[in-house]
Design a protein around this ligand. Structure first.
Ligand SMILES: Cc1ncc(COP(=O)(O)O)c(C=O)c1O
Length: 469
């Protein structure tokens, strides 16, 4: 690992303080160099057992697209950082200097993880939603934003109604390309930004961001990539993609400590209004006015979430080291999941681009004749399986994929999502549970109440568990 320069110059993010003078960084080193590993990293709570109608069973975590568990390495890094926890860029004490150094090293780790180029900014945010809110505030005035209706609401909505060109849900990748090309040709403007997800949170389908980046640039537009569903599963590479911005969330990347990232071209970010006005975001404040910092500090007003940043850096480092093993594990489970669901009568898997499209481990489906909400409750209560149902904050896409002129189709879907907390046994249990539901119905007696589906008798999940504090 690189060692930070022993003094911070005025352009270093650590130098944009609340008026303090730049402090020398503590020299730190990696304790051991860990080679690329073929083993799978473990998650905290891997041995979790949960109550079901039939007694206790191992928890089958198939809900990684919502939030991932923490990695053991992330928890260990956080525990260690807490031993010397102190303020960031605000103190002369050893602990503060060490914490500040780690904060900036976390930024370097994340920069490497996203393939940032020389001069790119890496800003710590809270989540992907927060990253887009920041970028939307920093866009040059009158920027036109191009976004597909298939996006997650966090990526669809923050740009302002009057400067957004909305593109319909495409049928194929070629269709998406053509729709975007036509829209770019039809809406010339000085500043334009295409926003696209690298992987859909509904179908898991991977979008060809490199192709879209080329197209955007051919038309003089920039491109921002939503990597919320990619970061834990596939490589993010701003430089290789030739994309301008990328955002993702720590809580979907095995680092649920409240940090997210916006990385990319620094010119708009340095010229845009500071996202969080406050200490740390200023260079100087006088009666005559305020000079704002440039670099990440401009948008990171207030005391930063250093524990979140360290957690995220630890996750990035672990994922990068275990990349091959992670991809192998997930594609094996995804293959089994898709093959298994394929054989269950009445199950229909949602897809934008069609059967053969490349996907991360996210599969949304409906079961003919069964309310998706009931399916997910049955999976939990009767089988100890965690999934999600609904429209997944992508209403336009789910409505489109479920559209049925005769009104007989489901209104919502069930979503299974795979990650490091998932096992082959869990996937097989899910497939068997869905097949059992279709063939034999539910084990318990279920009624639809005002607050959703309820099983007759006591819900086995209503056990008393001690608070963690
Ligand atoms: C594709 C996609 N984009 C954006 C978001 C928003 O992420 P967050 O809730 O972490 O802000 C999500 C969350 O599910 C997502 O799946």
């Amino acid at each position: 690992m690189s060692v930070l320069p022993s003094t911070l110059d005025s352009t270093h993010p650590a130098a944009s303080l609340c008026g303090n003078s730049p402090a020398p960084a503590v020299r730190t080193r990696a304790l051991h160099v860990v080679p690329e590993s073929r083993t799978l990293p473990t998650v905290v709570g891997a041995g979790l057992r949960v109550p079901t109608l039939h007694g206790e069973t191992a928890y089958a975590n198939l809900d990684h697209a919502a939030s991932t568990p923490a990695l053991e390495t992330v928890k260990a890094a956080v525990d260690r950082a807490l031993e010397t926890y102190s303020s960031v860029h605000r103190g002369a004490g050893f602990a503060s200097r060490l914490t500040s150094t780690w904060y900036e090293q976390a930024r370097e780790e994340v920069a490497a993880f996203v393939g940032a180029r020389e001069g790119d900014s890496v800003v710590f945010t809270r989540t992907t939603t927060d990253s887009w809110a920041l970028l939307s505030k920093a866009l040059p005035s009158r920027t036109t934003v191009f976004v597909f209706d298939s996006e997650h609401h966090s990526t669809l909505l923050p740009w302002g109604r009057f400067r957004t060109v909305r593109l319909p849900v495409p049928q194929t990748v070629e269709d998406a390309h053509a729709l975007l090309e036509e829209a770019l040709a039809d809406h010339p403007s000085r500043h334009r930004l295409v926003v696209v997800a690298a992987a859909s949170n509904v179908t898991g389908e991977v979008w060809p961001v490199e192709r879209f980046a080329t197209l955007a640039h051919q038309h003089g537009a920039r491109i921002a990539v939503d990597a919320a569903q990619l970061s834990a599963h596939r490589t993010i590479d701003l430089a290789e993609w030739d994309a301008d911005y990328v955002a993702f969330s720590g809580h979907k990347t095995y680092a649920p400590y409240g940090a997210g990232v916006l990385a990319g071209r620094s010119d708009w970010l340095d010229a845009g209004s500071p996202y969080l006005v406050g200490g740390g975001a200023t260079r100087s404040v006088t009666e005559d006015g305020t000079t704002w910092a440039t670099g990440p500090a401009r948008h990171e007003g207030g005391s930063p979430n250093v524990i979140g940043a360290i957690a995220l850096a630890a996750a990035c480092s672990t994922i990068a080291r275990h990349r091959e093993a992670i991809e192998e594990h997930e594609s094996r489970l995804l293959e089994r999941l898709r093959a298994g669901l394929d054989e269950v009568a009445g199950v229909e898997v949602l897809s934008i681009f069609g059967e053969d499209s490349d996907r991360v481990g996210v599969v949304a489906f409906t079961v003919e004749g069964w309310d998706s909400s009931l399916v997910s409750q049955v999976l939990s209560v009767e089988h100890g399986i965690g999934v999600r149902d609904g429209k997944f904050c992508a209403h336009l896409l789910v409505d489109e994929l479920l559209e049925d002129p005769w009104g007989e189709r489901a209104a919502t879907a069930v979503r299974v999502s795979i990650g490091l907390g998932s096992t082959l046994e869990g996937v097989e249990r899910l497939v068997a549970a869905v097949a059992r539901l279709v063939e034999h119905g539910t084990d318990g007696t279920w009624t639809l109440t005002g607050s959703g589906w309820a099983v007759e008798g006591t819900d086995p999940r209503d056990v008393e568990v001690e608070r963690p504090w």
